[in-house]
Ligand binder design. Structure first.
Ligand SMILES: Cc1cc2nc3c(=O)[nH]c(=O)nc-3n(C[C@H](O)[C@H](O)[C@H](O)COP(=O)(O)O)c2cc1C
Length: 208
């Protein structure tokens, strides 16, 4: 009789453990991966709003791809659940001293180090704003892409064609100049933001 009780309790304990494990595996994202929508997280840092304007352009670009849902957030508001659920991640920031602002970099460093997110094969893209024409925004984009490659992501930039469609190019990311020489986000700069959003959304959908 005692043996029967011990076996029954052990079985219940094992069942409960398995159920709890399954629930926690799904709880980060709510649903199993196959049932979740394809999402592209756009995470950005901004103080004066220029980078946010570009981020909204990126969001529009993601929406161009049917079946892909953009999630737009300031980098400090991004949760582990956002990161785990994202099929694609697009990071954007202003250029500070030709690189990623330190406050944003400090947050990015926690994503692997503390949150322990597995970024393997998520699709990544980047954009940056900068006051100067040659103030280092391209370098900022590359730094963001390096962070992604180092975290085992697959990175890509926007595509463009010339007016005749003869020449096709890939770019590193999207960018906008915001300083006194050219303070507004121009239509061409916004277009680059839309194109990076669209490219990453397409690739995220393919990868899924
Ligand atoms: C501390 C600091 C450092 C900056 N360093 C650079 C720089 O090295 N190169 C550059 O082109 N712009 C630089 N800028 C200008 C910003 O990158 C630019 O104004 C950016 O568009 C601001 O983005 P936001 O409006 O989203 O905050 C710097 C701005 C600040 C506040």
């Amino acid at each position: 009789m005692n043996r029967l009780i011990v076996v029954t309790v052990s079985l219940l304990w094992a069942w409960w453990g398995a159920a709890a494990g399954l629930a926690s595996a799904q709880s980060a994202q709510g649903k199993p991966a196959s049932q979740r929508p394809i999402t592209v997280l756009i995470a950005y840092h901004t103080l004066r709003g220029h980078t946010e304007e570009m981020a909204r352009g990126v969001e529009e670009g993601v929406r161009r791809v049917p079946g892909v849902v953009p999630v737009l957030k300031k980098v400090e508001e991004v949760t582990k659940e956002d990161l785990v659920a994202a099929d694609g991640i697009i990071l954007g920031c202003p250029t500070y001293f030709a690189n990623i602002p330190g406050s944003m970099k400090a947050i990015l460093d926690t994503w692997n180090w503390k949150l322990k997110v597995d970024f393997t094969d998520k699709i990544g893209g980047a954009f940056a704003t900068g006051g100067g024409q040659m103030g280092g925004k391209e370098h900022t984009v590359v730094s963001l892409l390096l962070f992604m490659i180092n975290n085992r992501m697959v990175v890509a930039g926007p595509l463009y064609e010339d007016e005749q469609g003869d020449d096709k190019w890939g770019e590193l990311g999207a960018g906008a100049m915001t300083g006194p020489i050219d303070p507004k986000i121009s239509p061409a700069e916004l277009d680059s933001a839309r194109r990076v959003g669209e490219r990453i959304a397409r690739l995220a959908r393919k990868m899924r």
